[in-house]
Design a binder for this molecule. Structure first.
Ligand code: GLN
Length: 282
């Protein structure tokens, strides 16, 4: 069977099973089993695919369509900030929304070398992407999950930032440290009662610990804000990713903790997604 026929067949099956991203998913899965890029299928629509490759492809399509397993976990990788990150079920799949946070910080700190703390690093996507851009920066990344730290460490080695990032198993509540210029976090921020409304693929496969933000979704956010105060340098910045509709509440928490909002960044759907704030010292 030829590549274009196979992509169409896979995509049709995914569509029938209500997978919205059916075309790109089918292309990505075929690309992974053949080791050829998606572009090569577009340039030559009749590439020959071996029977073994067809079998592996069909197997992945079935897992995606029937079990709703996310493509990133099927392939064990996800592109973020144009970088390939290793992922598995121990870490949240890096999201395009989080790239907005990285983008704004890269722009703000261009030609500077902030000392950075990443709270709840997961795959390490935020701090590794930042350090790939800010070549002289260094940082620390913490997470309470050993399994996540293993993946983050692996990514840091592959992407050659291992000499500039120290990974530490810690919760922000008991993390004692030097002071930072920039603290960044995409904490779990889904309200517990809303977890059941998430897409099946997220609900079934992504780590709950990376999603569950407690009763109102802001339990971890509060801890991050409160504890950041003590470990930020004067004029240091706290950069947070927040959930839909959380701006007002998070803004209040920031104010209570003497933070001064400097920039708000909207996502592709025009929700306020990131807040950059600095600390007021009186
Ligand atoms: N920092 C990681 C990310 O942004 C993990 C975030 C999390 O687990 N909540 O993808």
């Amino acid at each position: 069977m030829k590549s274009n026929e196979l992509i169409k067949k896979g995509s049709d099956f995914l569509k029938k099973n209500k997978i919205k991203s059916h075309v790109i998913d089918s292309e990505l899965l075929l690309s992974s089993v053949t080791g050829k890029s998606r572009e090569s299928f577009l340039l030559n629509s009749s590439l020959k695919i071996s029977p073994n490759q067809i079998k592996s492809f069909n197997n992945l399509i079935a897992r995606r369509a029937l079990k709703k397993e996310p493509v990133a976990y099927l392939l064990n990788e996800k592109e973020f900030w144009s970088i390939k990150f290793d992922v598995n079920k121990d870490v949240l799949i890096p999201r395009p929304e989080t790239e907005i946070l990285v983008e704004s910080l890269v722009r703000y700190y261009k030609d500077c070398n902030p000392f950075i703390l990443d709270i709840g690093t997961g795959s390490g996507c935020i701090i590794i992407s930042l350090l790939q851009e800010l070549k002289k920066s260094k940082g620390v990344a913490i997470d309470i999950s050993n399994k996540a730290l293993k993946i983050a460490n692996k990514n840091s080695k592959t992407l050659k930032t291992q000499n500039r990032i120290k990974f530490v198993k810690a919760s922000i509540s008991n993390f004692k440290s030097l002071k930072f210029d920039l603290i960044v976090s995409n904490p779990p921020y889904i309200a517990r009662h809303q977890l059941k409304n998430l897409d099946v693929g997220i609900k079934k496969f992504e780590p709950k610990i990376a999603l569950d933000g407690g009763n109102d979704g802001l339990d971890v956010m509060r801890k991050v804000i409160y504890n950041s105060r003590k470990i930020l340098k004067i004029n240091g910045m706290l950069a947070l990713e927040i959930g839909n509709g959380q701006y007002k509440k998070v803004s209040q928490i920031l104010k209570l903790n003497k933070f001064n909002e400097k920039f708000l960044i909207n996502d592709y759907k025009n929700n306020i997604r990131c807040i950059l704030s600095s600390l007021n010292h009186y």
